[in-house]
Design a protein around this ligand. Sequence first.
Ligand SMILES: NC(=O)c1ccc[n+]([C@@H]2O[C@H](COP(=O)([O-])OP(=O)(O)OC[C@H]3O[C@@H](n4cnc5c(N)ncnc54)[C@H](OP(=O)(O)O)[C@@H]3O)[C@@H](O)[C@H]2O)c1
Length: 287
Amino acid sequence: MKKNKILITGAAGQLGQEFVSYLEKTNFQVKALTRKEADFSDSEGLQGLESQLLKFKPDFLINCAAYTAVDKAEEQSALAEFVNADSLATLVYLAQKLDFRILHFSTDYVFDGTGDEPWTEEDEAFPINIYGLTKRNGEELLLDSELTLILRVSWLYSEFGSNFPKTIDRLLGEQEELNIVNDQYSSPTWTKPLVEFVVNNLLCNAELFDGTLYHYSEDGEGSWYDMASIINEKHGKRLNAVSSKEYIQVAKRPAYSKLDNTLAKEKLGLEPKTWQENLKEFLKIIQ
Ligand SMILES: NC(=O)c1ccc[n+]([C@@H]2O[C@H](COP(=O)([O-])OP(=O)(O)OC[C@H]3O[C@@H](n4cnc5c(N)ncnc54)[C@H](OP(=O)(O)O)[C@@H]3O)[C@@H](O)[C@H]2O)c1
């Protein structure tokens, strides 16, 4: 039987590493490209990607490459736009030419964060920072292509790279008290179940790749403070809930960006655990 070939871009990032680690244990043939081998910053870098694609001839390209530095993007908007949006036009062109499908990830930061009802795929995106704007522009280039599927995700964490739960766990080990923002709500996403879902529910069904955008999220919602409280259960330190105004960041963040996962449940067979269950399991793994 023909083994499906998967090419992963941004393979050194936290999601990219999770894909590589999981796919290596499957029957898929995998090629992992880091920024060095496939640089999305300019057309020269994208030529490097094209030659890798010509050699490997993937069935699926999983795009984990992205400009993700939310605050820095405010001053590097041109680079963020090229990586998160312009380069995707080249990806679509190459997918049509070489006949492969693209799985792409976007973000809850495409929403402005007003209201208190989970955001659906039908809701209008209205980014309030440059990162969110570039990711929205990227989505628009992929929507309605016959070869793409876009998953919006929120607040990713994994065993790989640096992220909120790992940082808070370390800081709570070192300090007696921490201030944590308690007025931004969404839901954290562990990359392990996300990757398992993609491999088991999406890569086996190329027909799903028809330019549709879905929201992937774990059940429930919470704030950064709620997450930190679970991490603090083993440390028992003092957590102070603070507002975004007291914790100044360069880029604005949406106050409420929980993604409604109903469509993914209905159409893609998503059966998520609650974010609290996943976070507790993750914390056991990293001990
Ligand atoms: N992290 C989150 O909370 C979050 C939330 C919602 C959506 N997302 C989306 O989920 C996806 C994966 O995010 P992540 O958390 O895995 O991000 P990440 O850990 O920052 O990984 C991004 C990867 O992209 C690579 N990259 C950056 N600029 C590049 C360029 N010019 N050319 C090629 N590669 C480049 C980085 O390379 P280096 O390793 O060399 O820096 C890194 O390996 C992204 O699309 C992101 O927008 C993330």
